[in-house]
Design a protein around this ligand. Sequence first.
Ligand code: NAD
Length: 281
Amino acid sequence: MAYNLLKGKRGIIFGALDEKSIAWKVAERAHEEGAVFTLTNTPTAMRFGELNELAEKCNATIIPADATSVEDLENLVTKSMEVLGGKVDFILHSIGMSLNVRKKRVYSDLRYDYFQKTLDISAISFHKLLQVCYKHDAISEWGSVVALSYIAAQRVLYGYNDMADAKALLESIGRSFGYIYGREKKIRVNTISQSPTMTTAGSGVKGIHGLMDFTERMSPLGNATADECANFTIVLFSDLSKKVTMQNIFHDGGFSSMGMSLRAMKMYNKSLDCEDCEEID
Ligand SMILES: NC(=O)c1ccc[n+]([C@@H]2O[C@H](COP(=O)([O-])OP(=O)(O)OC[C@H]3O[C@@H](n4cnc5c(N)ncnc54)[C@H](O)[C@@H]3O)[C@@H](O)[C@H]2O)c1
């Protein structure tokens, strides 16, 4: 259902690769809610992805950019303002990549050139984006910027590797820039910490199937889907969340507040050889 929450608003959406992408769902919802926006991804991702299809559906212009390149970001931001006819009201940073994860290097055997790339692509790109927007005065008053994070930024989850460090940095950049942008321009900067989700990036996480089963059993409301993440992102872009800034907001069905759940304990006990294990209900 659409509520016209973003009627008349302009935006930039990073990171839609295919229809499983969280950014893809956000673009579809933003379009339904009346927003106009540009779509962006790397030239390589656009060759492999299906971004044209999304752009057609949402009546959006595609402007390629590698989010680690300040030059590309400058071009993206200035062209977006030209195409959309003014400053933007919302931006989604939905970008993550680790070569250490891709090449199956474990956390105690990282390649540091890969590690630097992980940080640059998955976190420092957020700073570069905010700084470029700041210098070009590209975001309207009461605008809203959202980046997607994961709970491994704050707690250890086996296998998330150097992406955990990148997400910790991403969340910190959100707070630090959120202060400056809030103080000077009344612009919100937040991160959403999303449940594990079966996307291209998600399926690269070690043991994703078991992890998703575990978080599903641990979360009283169950895992949050990509569609639900899109809905929540729209709320943060809308005027209904005007005083929410510098937050990392868990969108995870309650997982982040749990220690052990009945459903998870039942499953765990199945693998235990103890007498009182059967008594749990
Ligand atoms: N899937 C999950 O389990 C999960 C959970 C929590 C948070 N997140 C985060 O959500 C965001 C979106 O991921 P997704 O799950 O939709 O997967 P996805 O693979 O669909 O999206 C990741 C995107 O990052 C883009 N990207 C990579 N390098 C880039 C660069 N240099 N410049 C610009 N774009 C670049 C990719 O092309 C891709 O579109 C990421 O930040 C991810 O870490 C995902």
